[in-house]
Design a protein around this ligand. Structure first.
Ligand code: ASP
Ligand code: MG
Length: 440
């Protein structure tokens, strides 16, 4: 069985929902994972922000606008009054939940309950559409099987057990539709897999049912070799290995939620990225196979903070790095890049909530310098670091770029470079011109 996930734009209009129906109804049994209609999660976050500020008037008027939008959509989506009525029951239920915070206390649980309604509505609307058109479809409630633990981590084995139960209870159907993004946490409360988390839902479900393939359908034709928002003439990549794709997804390629690759990789299930508007296009295939060599793509991750610690006394004495790392561990802040010299260590983080505490502790060990607004440029491929001339090629492409840090040879799949964010466009373009678009 395959798992097909469709993003917000793919279900964002009536035409697109019909396009999705055409894609999925090929007679093969499958699980279809949907995001909320595009814009809805943002709207729901805005509403919960108003509740958080106790601005009930603004919350109410935003809710009304969103509810009217949904009422209008279901009026035109269905051929029959009966199906419109059926969908309106779901829509009303979601808005009743959202409006309940006009009179009830609001907290983090309220926020998660509100922002989860987008997926509940899109999946209800879509499965009713499928059935109206004679496609045997049933809803699988994600809140009954998608779980995260106290560390916000999902466990495939738990999900598998629960999902198989839910499928059995739901009964046989050709097409199962379920919500991406939403889950329950260890307290049983509604929670989610973070923004863009529907991709991750699809991958967890794929791993849980040992799917033949996980397909992520979006509004572009696959992963490109450079960021099309900043660079012209980017090209779609046909094949990537799990490791290459994981580096790209983590380091900024917005197309895929960063955690998506891991469950697929561990269960060796190919992931295919496809374009809803060009269903015949092969997309990008991500699998365990490593194809080709050399640099394949580059991605950029903004919002990086660099921290340099210059050791005051015993230089890099034994135990120094351990002490430094323990501080980051204590503050539960992951380190992305690291480079060391005899007297100093530089590292980067993208989670800065605990920065003040970290810096205070680090000062015990030396002089600390913090640089914000940095960008990691991640060059990905099947890179043979030892290959003669390889480093030279990268360095000459980056001539004139003020590089703050480099990580080379740490993994076979990536070279990371830290630059000030204002140099990003120039750097991406230079890599395109001198490496990616060079023959050979
Ligand atoms: N609807 C959620 C979001 O906008 C999840 C997703 O689209 O993947 O972040
Ligand atoms: Mg997405």
């Amino acid at each position: 069985m395959k798992v097909l996930k469709f993003g917000g734009t793919s279900v964002g209009t009536i035409d697109n929902m019909n396009a999705v129906m055409k894609i999925v109804t090929d007679g093969e049994k499958k699980i279809i994972v949907l995001s909320a209609m595009s814009g809805t999660t943002n709207d729901l976050i805005e509403i919960s922000d108003y509740f958080a500020k106790d601005n009930k008037d603004e919350a109410q008027s935003k809710i009304n606008r969103l509810e009217n939008k949904y009422k209008k959509i279901i009026k035109s989506l269905y051929k029959t009054k009966e199906k419109e009525e059926e969908a309106s029951v779901y829509i009303k239920k979601s808005f009743k939940k959202i409006k309940s915070y006009l009179s009830e206390d609001f907290d983090e649980n309220g926020k998660n309950a509100i922002i989860g309604q987008g997926e509940l509505m899109s999946t209800a609307m879509f499965s009713i559409l499928m059935n109206e058109n004679g496609n045997d479809t049933k809803l699988l409630p994600a809140l009954d099987f998608m779980r995260i633990d106290e560390n916000k981590t999902a466990n495939v084995h738990t999900i598998k057990k629960l999902l198989l139960d839910v499928i059995e209870k739901t009964g046989d159907a050709k097409y199962y539709v379920t919500q991406g993004f939403i889950c329950r946490n260890d307290q049983g409360e509604i929670d989610n897999l973070q923004r863009g988390g529907s991709d991750y839902s699809a991958s967890l479900i794929g791993a849980a049912i040992d799917a033949e393939e996980i397909q992520i359908w979006t509004d572009i034709d696959g992963i490109h070799n450079n960021d099309p928002r900043f660079v012209k003439n980017t090209k779609k990549i046909e094949y990537l290995s799990f490791n290459e794709a994981a580096e790209l997804a983590y380091f900024g390629a917005k197309i895929l939620h960063p955690q998506t690759i891991l469950p697929a990789k561990l269960h060796n299930i190919p992931v295919r990225l496809k374009d809803t508007m060009k269903p015949d296009d092969s997309g990008t295939l991500i699998s365990s196979e490593v194809q080709g060599s050399g640099i394949k793509a580059v991605a950029a991750k903004d919002g990086i903070t660099a921290i340099k610690i210059r050791s005051s006394h015993m230089l890099l004495a034994y135990g120094f790095l351990k002490n430094i790392f323990e501080i980051f561990e204590f503050f539960k802040t992951p380190i992305d890049m690291i480079s060391t010299s005899e007297v100093a260590v530089s590292l980067t983080i993208d989670e800065t909530k605990k920065l003040d505490g970290i810096v205070k502790e680090l000062k015990e060990y030396g002089n600390v310098i913090v640089d914000k607004n940095m960008t990691i440029i991640c060059i990905v491929g099947n890179i043979i670091a030892e290959e003669k001339g390889f480093a030279g090629k990268v360095f000459s492409a980056l001539e004139g770029i003020p590089i703050r840090m480099i990580s080379y040879g740490g993994s076979r799949y990536n070279i990371s470079i830290l630059i000030p964010t204002d140099q990003k466009q120039k750097t991406l373009q230079a890599i395109s011109d001198h490496i990616l678009n060079q023959p050979g």
